[in-house]
Each structure stands twice: as structure tokens, then as C-alpha cells.
Design a protein around this ligand. Structure first.
Ligand code: CTP
Ligand code: MG
Length: 376
């Protein structure tokens, strides 16, 4: 028996405004829908996720891994129903039903609802109302309402699969949520603690609130790298992946790409994962003469494997010659390709050292780099 989640995302988000429905709008670096889906993908107990999309949107989110697609209906309840029907006869024992618009959902709330389904056929997160409640008309308070026993309902709402499927099949009308459907079929629904952060993006101002919540959870890291290579015999240098004809060459095992080495160390630095020498010991014949892109690619992959996106990198080359300016753009493009980043997030610049010191005397080239890594 397996555990499934249905994420309903077929609404048009009319109250939220914007040039497209709210689930497709950008939020803290990715789309609203990506935040919501990723939160469920990260919960290993969930075997299958049905994403219910508007018929016009089916091309906008390709099915992948444990995510499959279903077509939504005219109402939220119809969209849920379509998701449930897609899971019928598939051996699903428990199902979570969630609004795509609750993009700040956290793994612990998802797990709490799942756990509670071991003892309940239905359970849902909610917050007790703490503000005083009024009724109002024409801009005036027309009465007060006892808040005792009132809750603000959230999702994901969790159910025994067969019970909620049967409840939806027999329900008539336009329910507020799936708890209403479950109760109409006679199910007891346990109330579990929700969180203030699990807001439903509904109005334009909710994007900023959600963005603050998600950014507050981000892990942002910066690393720096520094490298030097000495000039020797040769007819070219390789800097940031670009071969530049020159009357000398840079010494060092491998291609002596001082810029790429500094950048590689910056990424390792942000991850607190040592430096190139630790991962590719110069004493190991396997790495003697290895091209520098192998090192940079290794560092970038290590960042990705740990869940980090590279946000931007900045490399400074320090030399009197060769002149870097004319090559800066191809250098940015070469680095961008290796670390799979847009070129406008990759900076390469250069400075002389006013003929002072070893770089000023033309004895070698130095490079500094920084890298910023973000884990959402
Ligand atoms: N939903 C759906 N199918 C519909 C209507 C709504 O799947 N026919 C989904 C929405 O995508 C959302 C959830 O139900 O995730 C809750 O609905 P709501 O917050 O009202 O979103 P929208 O209907 O998109 O927004 P609005 O009412 O402002 O148009
Ligand atoms: Mg709606």
C-alpha cells in the first residue's frame, strides 16, 4: 500500500493579480508551484504526487520522477476529484490533499499529518482563531462573534484514500475544502497544529510575506579562492578556460589555469570542503596534467549534490600582461558552461598591480575568486 499526495493547481488565481495565475509566478527564486511540489518531493514516505493542472497549463510542468499530472476541473472540488480518480485502483492507502498556493509548507507539518493518519481516517492542520471577531456592514461593526472553538483551516488535509474517494463521489454542492466533504460522509476529522507560515497566497501582498518566509529559511554561503602560477617557457596561457597566445606560458601541472583554480577553491570554500589539492592531490599521477575544467566541474557538482545552487561567481585576474579585457566575455561564457550558470551571473575582471610585487614584475599571474551558493 502506498502513500500519495494530490496538489491542486488548476485555479486561475484571480484575486492574486499578476500577468499569469499565482502558481506560475516567481517567488524567492523559483515559481510558486516549484516550492510546493519540492516540499512534497522531499518527504520520502510519499510514493506518488498527482499534480492537478488547468487544461491550458499541461505543458508547463513536465511529469518527472514520482510526479504525475491530472487535468483539473471548474471548481477546486472537481480538481481534487480528478486527482483522486487518477489514483483509484492503484493500491493507495493514504492521501494528502494540498493547495498549490500554500508554497511555504514545511516537511514537519506534512509528516505530522501523515503520522496522524495511523490513528485517524482524516486529519488536517488548523490554527485556533486568536483575534476578536466582528461582523460588519457598510464600514461599521454590526456585531461581535464568539471566537471560542473557531479554527482557520489549512492544508495538507490527510485522509484514508478509499474513504475520501467515496466521500467525494457522493458529495453534492460546492464544499470549502475536503474536510467538509469528509464530514458530510460521516468521517471524524482530527485537528492538528498548523503554522502561521503555512499561508495561502491569495492576494497580491501575500507574495512578499511568502518570500520573506522562504528567504528566511535559505542557507546562503560565500567562499573565496586564491591561486598563483609562475611564468615559464611557452607560447600561450590558459585563463578561465580561454587559450591566449603569449610569449611565455604558466607553469604548473595541468593547464595552470590560475583563474579556474581560484574559482574552484572558492566553491569548495563555500562548502567548507577543503581545496583542489585535497580532492585532486598533485602527487597522484592520475591528476597530473588533468585539465582544470575537471576540477571546477567536480566542485560545482559537489555543490549541486549538497542541494546548493550557485548564485553568482566573480573572478579577478591580477597581471600586467596579457591584457584580459578582450577575452573577458569568452572567459565568462567558458566558466558559465562548466558550472551550468547564466553568463550574467559569472564575472571575470582583471587588474594590474601597478608594476609592484611579483605580478607587477611579470613573474607570474595571481587570481582571486568568490562564489555565492544558495540552498533554498
Ligand atoms: N483550484 C483548482 N481548481 C480549480 C480552482 C482552484 O485546482 N478549479 C486550486 C487552486 O489552484 C489553489 C486551491 O485550489 O491551489 C485553492 O484555491 P484558491 O486559493 O481559491 O486559488 P484560485 O482559485 O486559483 O484563486 P482565486 O480564487 O483567487 O481565483
Ligand atoms: Mg478560488
Amino acid at each position: 500500500m502506498s502513500i500519495a499526495a494530490i496538489i491542486v493547481a488548476a485555479g486561475r488565481g484571480t484575486r492574486a493579480g499578476g500577468d499569469q495565475p499565482k502558481q506560475w509566478q516567481a517567488l524567492a527564486g523559483k515559481r510558486v508551484i516549484d516550492w510546493t511540489v519540492d516540499a512534497f518531493v522531499a518527504v520520502s514516505e510519499i510514493d506518488c504526487i498527482v499534480l492537478v493542472l488547468h487544461p491550458d497549463d499541461m505543458e508547463r510542468f513536465p511529469a518527472r520522477g514520482k510526479i504525475e499530472l491530472a487535468v483539473g476541473g471548474d471548481t477546486r472540488a472537481q480538481s481534487v476529484r480528478n486527482g483522486l480518480e487518477a489514483l483509484d485502483d492503484r493500491g493507495v492507502s493514504k492521501v494528502l490533499i494540498h493547495d498549490v498556493a500554500r508554497a511555504c509548507i514545511d516537511a514537519s507539518t506534512i509528516s505530522t499529518i501523515l503520522m496522524s493518519l495511523n490513528d485517524n481516517k482524516a486529519s488536517a492542520p488548523a490554527l485556533a482563531v486568536t483575534d476578536a471577531l466582528w461582523t460588519g456592514a457598510d464600514g461599521l461593526v454590526s456585531g461581535t462573534q464568539d471566537r471560542n472553538g473557531l479554527y482557520r483551516a489549512q492544508t495538507p488535509q490527510g485522509f484514508d484514500f478509499e474513504a475520501i474517494l467515496a466521500a467525494h463521489r457522493s458529495f453534492e454542492g460546492d464544499p470549502a475544502d475536503d474536510v467538509e466533504v469528509a464530514r458530510a460522509a460521516g468521517l471524524d476529522v482530527a485537528i492538528l497544529p498548523g503554522t502561521e507560515n503555512n499561508l495561502k497566497i491569495t492576494s497580491p501582498g501575500d507574495f512578499a510575506r511568502a518570500e520573506n518566509i522562504l528567504r528566511g529559511q535559505m542557507d546562503i554561503r560565500t567562499g573565496s579562492g586564491y591561486d598563483v602560477h609562475r611564468f615559464g617557457e611557452g607560447d600561450h596561457v590558459v585563463l578561465c578556460g580561454v587559450r591566449i597566445p603569449f610569449d611565455r606560458g604558466l607553469q604548473g601541472h595541468s593547464d595552470a589555469d590560475v583563474g579556474m583554480h581560484a574559482l574552484t577553491d572558492a566553491i569548495y570554500g563555500a562548502l567548507a570542503e577543503g581545496d583542489i589539492g585535497q580532492h585532486f592531490p598533485p602527487t597522484d599521477p592520475e591528476w597530473k596534467g588533468a585539465e582544470s575544467h575537471i576540477f571546477l566541474h567536480h566542485a560545482a557538482k559537489m555543490a549541486a549534490d549538497k542541494g546548493y545552487d550557485i548564485s553568482n561567481v566573480d573572478v579577478t585576474l591580477i597581471c600586467e600582461f596579457p591584457k584580459i579585457g578582450p577575452h573577458a566575455l569568452p572567459m565568462r561564457a567558458a566558466l558559465a558552461e562548466i558550472i551550468d550558470l547564466d553568463t550574467d551571473r559569472v564575472s571575470v575582471k582583471a587588474t594590474t598591480s601597478e608594476r609592484l610585487g611579483f605580478t607587477g614584475r611579470g613573474e607570474g599571474i595571481a587570481a582571486m575568486a568568490t562564489a555565492t551558493l544558495v540552498r533554498p
